[in-house]
Design a protein around this ligand. Structure first.
Ligand code: ATP
Ligand code: MG
Length: 538
């Protein structure tokens, strides 16, 4: 049931949605107070378009309709708030109330549910018509806004939004606390998509296989907005499927050296996706493995981010596909800022160098220490920096240094070649054991190399002698677990793990507690760093 849409069809739909949003009925009945300009950290929400900076929630699975909803919001001077279908109702309501959405746009399939939810927060609900139904009736010119399309084919908008006006409120992943609304402007969005498209050489010849949620920056910017800016094709696979992905790659490159017309050329994912893809590959028979690996090799680019890529995963992926994953570092507040290069050395265990125009500073606890290998909090200045946290002026203020660098909350260091290494979050991933500061990421990476380990999460548990004790939570490899259970043994014991790991880790880094779990709880971005001590002490 594949359906493809041209850019002109998407734009037609965006204009239609802009017309719907601008209809006096929706505007006049949406709560008037919500159209006022609530005070942001910096100043009010501007934009004198029809919607005057009103927040428009968008709920749709990754699809052409989602894209049209977002572009239509921008054409009308609204602020898009991507909402997740996967949110439980309470969380959906929290985000809708927090961002003061006036109108919620959804596709027809979620109509009833959203109408009900919208009514609970005094918002209006409107349906995004199927892109095909609009674009087959009319062409883009029929939908053009008052400004029309000029002789060069460039859209002219008659609404008075400035590039400094908010365009997007996108929520952080909620790894370290309640998700925060991050306000991006038209300018910060434009700066970012230009940077990504240039750095990774996205072109109209590219086709992306998109399996990420659209309410986080990885899926929205790296795999959707930047490709659209570059004129690439984006193919949505709304539900991540290991078999589906391998199959789609094999269809793209059916025989070594051949390429289908609609071949996938770029893939970007979170580390857990690559772990799952490796597991899927290992379960294939040798013939299918050969065809799959050969197809994957032929993609132009494979990227990874959103959380630390464990080196064993990176190495296994390289062995199978010959792709050194391009790892980069970003966060909701500035989208992407540091990246390994497209051409040149992609250094394992690093996230590369700052993009052009980006400045990174390492804020050390003791500012006088000046050593390249010192760990400190990464602070970033970037053209794509957000404008502030929505309705959290105090938090916004505290997030900047005196010199206007944004404090990431991530600890890192830079190597002699200028490549950055993320050590962990300044709070959650740095354990304080005795006098040592230990990186949970480093210990996880070492443990993951053990053959009995499929997934791993390391954290500090309160300890009366040392302050914190290193605890490893392990999801065992299914096959190892099965064999060991036949002998009534656990998949791995703490003694076995430590006697193996002492070759790789200093004695004070070795876990003193081990928990074996069936799975790790992960959020929409595959992150497990929100596993807290309380979860382990139950
Ligand atoms: P919250 O801010 O609500 O606690 P979050 O920080 O996880 O959640 P995001 O903005 O989605 O929300 O994620 C940004 C974080 O992801 C970064 O601060 C960093 O900790 C982590 N991250 C992103 N890319 C990488 C990477 N390549 N290596 C290590 N960590 C990464
Ligand atoms: Mg964060």
């Amino acid at each position: 049931d594949k359906q493809s849409y041209s850019y002109i069809q998407l734009i037609s739909s965006a204009f239609e949605i802009s017309n719907i949003l601008s209809s006096s009925d929706l505007i006049s009945t949406s709560k008037e107070s919500k159209r006022e300009k609530p005070s942001l950290s910096v100043d009010g929400v501007g934009g004198l378009g029809h919607l005057g900076g009103a927040r428009i929630g968008i709920v749709a699975k990754p699809s052409a309709e989602f894209v049209a909803g977002m572009l239509g919001t921008w054409l009308s001077g609204g602020v898009a708030v991507p909402l997740a279908l996967s949110y439980p109702e309470a969380e959906l309501l929290h985000v809708m109330n927090d961002s003061d959405v006036s109108i919620v746009l959804s596709t027809e399939d979620h109509h009833e549910f959203l109408q009900e939810v919208a009514s609970k927060c005094a918002a209006r609900h409107s349906v995004i018509p199927p892109v095909l139904s609009i674009s087959s009736q009319k062409n883009a010119h029929d939908h053009s806004p008052p400004g029309g399309i000029d002789e060069r084919g460039i859209l002219q908008r008659n609404i008075e939004t400035s590039s400094e006006d908010p365009a997007l409120i996108i929520y952080t992943s909620g790894t370290t606390g309640k998700p925060k609304g991050v306000v991006h402007t038209h300018r910060s969005i434009t700066a970012q998509v230009q940077t990504l498209a240039e750095a990774w050489e996205y072109t109209s010849a590219d086709q992306f296989l998109h399996c990420l949620p659209l309410h986080h920056v990885h899926g929205l910017f790296n795999a959707l907005l930047a490709p659209l800016y570059a004129g690439s094709t984006v193919e949505f696979m709304p539900k991540f499927s290991v078999r589906g992905i391998w199959q789609r790659w094999r269809e793209s490159y059916p025989i070594e050296g051949t390429k289908a017309d609609d071949a996938i050329t770029v893939f970007t994912g979170v580390p857990t996706m690559y772990t799952r893809l490796i597991q899927g590959y290992e379960a294939m028979d040798p013939e299918l493995q050969a065809a799959s690996a050969s197809a994957a090799r032929q993609l132009r680019l494979m990227m990874c981010g959103s959380s630390a890529l464990p080196q064993p995963v990176m190495q296994q992926w390289e062995t199978i596909t010959e792709h050194r994953l391009l790892e980069r570092y970003g966060m909701t507040e500035f989208v992407m800022a540091i990246s390994n290069p497209l051409e040149g050395i992609r250094k394992a265990g690093t996230v590369g160098k700052p993009f052009p125009g980006v400045q990174v500073k390492i804020l050390e606890e003791n500012e006088n220490e000046d050593d390249t290998d010192r760990v400190g909090e990464l602070c970033v200045k970037s053209p794509s920096l957000f404008r502030g946290y929505w309705k959290l002026p105090e938090v916004t203020r505290e997030s900047f240094t005196d010199g206007d660098f944004f404090r990431t909350g991530d600890a890192g260091k830079v190597d002699v070649d200028g490549y950055y290494i993320i050590v962990g979050r300044t709070s959650a991933d740095i354990m304080k054991v005795g006098g040592y500061k230990l990186s949970a990421l480093e210990i996880e990476s070492a443990i993951l190399e053990h053959p009995a380990v499929a997934e791993c999460c390391v954290l500090g548990l309160p300890d009366k002698d040392y302050g914190e004790a290193v605890c490893a939570i392990i999801v065992p490899n299914a096959e190892v677990k099965r064999i060991r259970e036949e002998d009534l043994k656990p998949a791995i014991t703490l003694e076995e793990l430590c006697s193996w790991a002492k070759e790789k880790l200093a004695p004070y880094k070795l876990p003193t507690r081990l928990l074996l779990w069936d799975s790790l709880p992960r959020n929409a971005m595959g992150k497990s760093s929100f596993v807290t001590p309380s979860l382990c002490l139950i």
